[in-house]
Design a protein around this ligand. Sequence first.
Ligand SMILES: Nc1ncnc2c1ncn2[C@@H]1O[C@H](COP(=O)(O)OP(=O)(O)OP(=O)(O)O)[C@@H](O)[C@H]1O
Ligand SMILES: [Mg+2]
Length: 239
Amino acid sequence: MSTPLIEFKGVKTGYGQMEVLHGIDLHVDQGEIVTLIGSNGAGKTTTLMTLSGVNKVWEGEIWYEGACLNGVPPHEIVARGICHVPEGRQIFRDLTVEENLRLGAYLRSDQAAIQKDLEHSFDMFPILRERSFQLGGTLSGGEQQMLAIARGLMGKPKVLLLDEPSLGLAPLIVADIFETVKRVNKEEDVTVVLVEQNANLALKTANRGYVLETGTITLSDDADKLANNPKVREAYLGG
Ligand SMILES: Nc1ncnc2c1ncn2[C@@H]1O[C@H](COP(=O)(O)OP(=O)(O)OP(=O)(O)O)[C@@H](O)[C@H]1O
Ligand SMILES: [Mg+2]
């Protein structure tokens, strides 16, 4: 068995005095789409924030590409190829679509390649080409989500962390976004960690999944097996 790309070993973290993750173990292999499902407040966002170095590990270890990430600052984690597309998107509302995309490449200096990747994002998300001069803040929710993902990809990440990409979007747009995520994963070999409350869609998109309940992982399996697991069906898939 090869070493996983990402590994959490007994990771604990929290806020102030309150422990939120109670020692979680999980791994993500190179090339996978792994989803983390769970109810509001389970600790999904906290897990991603800890992986991206924003939250400190209290106990346990996070490993990535054979190195321990504990104590590595967030900007260094980005530079090593882990890109976090946060909950709520956080695009720059007063910058145009193209400016937002260019900012995604801020760590790069290869201008010709950046231009090529910009064209490539427009091919992946044609709506963004149409809107390239429009201000980010005036895009629809679905367009903003596409922009957030496309901007993340402009940094040429090895791993994309997606936090609730479906939030507040119509089902058709969500399906479209998830198809694009699958394409990016396959065609560009980007490993994806997908946090979702929409368990149905997440399990259709991912290879494997973990169920997080109040800071503890209670189940992990192939996505199709989780989708057929009676407990998951009852709790997260509406029976
Ligand atoms: N900055 C913070 N300060 C204090 N407590 C926090 C902070 N962020 C999150 N929490 C708490 O940590 C717990 C886990 O929150 P988290 O955001 O990780 O959940 P989640 O699974 O992403 O939920 P949701 O599906 O609602 O996004 C919650 O009880 C939340 O109130
Ligand atoms: Mg969250």
